[in-house]
Ligand binder design. Sequence first.
Ligand code: NAP
Length: 281
Amino acid sequence: MAAQILDGKHAAELTEAELSKRVSSLKARSEGRTPVLATILVGDDPASATYVRMKGNACRRVGMESLAIELPASTSTNGLLKEIEQLNINPDVHGILLQHPVPSPINERACFDMIALEKDVDGVTCHGFGRMAMGEPAYGCATPQGIMRLLAHYGIGIEGLHAVVVGRSPILGKPMAMMMLEANATVTICHSRTRNLESLIRQADIIVGAVGRPEFIRADWVRDGAVVVDAGYHPGGVGDIELGPLTERARAITPVPGGVGPMTINTLIQQTVQSGEKALV
Ligand code: NAP
């Protein structure tokens, strides 16, 4: 049977329509003020610049404002920490996005952790991660939270399933695994030192590919009827999983592009609206 397509572009468009209404209503109740997302781009990596531009555009589509901060690649850790400190105390800023990755001499973890918890709408701080992992309120890390929202949108329950997450990065694999655990899945986390990856993937009811290597997870490792979530995106429009043959065999798949990507940005925007609502009314 053909797999259900988990269309993130469509789900994100539906949510944007709802977010536009929330922003208008907030504006009406707060003397014309809207939520503001501050974006910080360090250096001149073209892919990062594109992502930041897409996030600013998404703000505008729902009637929100963004404040774009661009810093040279030579910025020091201290310089970046000071910028974030200023945004933390700026009452007109409700969310802060530090585009990952920052140039390597900068201590990215220290900079992420400088972001005030209530403005951590991208869900990158250790504090937010810890709270989420303990089941306490916190903004979820945008990509895995977007995946959870996409699964919920299509009514895919996770409870009791064996989820295999391939990748354990701080912004994707680790928070993904914790979110799945919080949703009562049984979770296996795989990484570059995992032995017998193929056999672990064969046991999965739900697979999340977050490896960063084009079509690394082969279709014939995936059992019939599994839910397949591909977080990767590479030139040529392929992800981290060989999706082609799975469109006939899986229960559901996220397309690449148009699956996880749009939900990441949508989650960032949704969480900024939530933060704005808390601060402005
Ligand atoms: P990352 O930081 O490079 O992490 C990759 C992970 O894959 C690491 O945990 C690594 O293990 C693991 N890995 C590498 N080789 C492996 C192997 N042979 N077997 C098993 N695991 C292996 O990447 P990331 O930032 O998490 O991104 C992962 C993918 O998601 C990329 O394709 C990226 O483009 C995509 N992504 C998409 C979005 C979006 O919005 N759609 C956002 C972020 C990332 P170790 O920890 O042992 O090194």
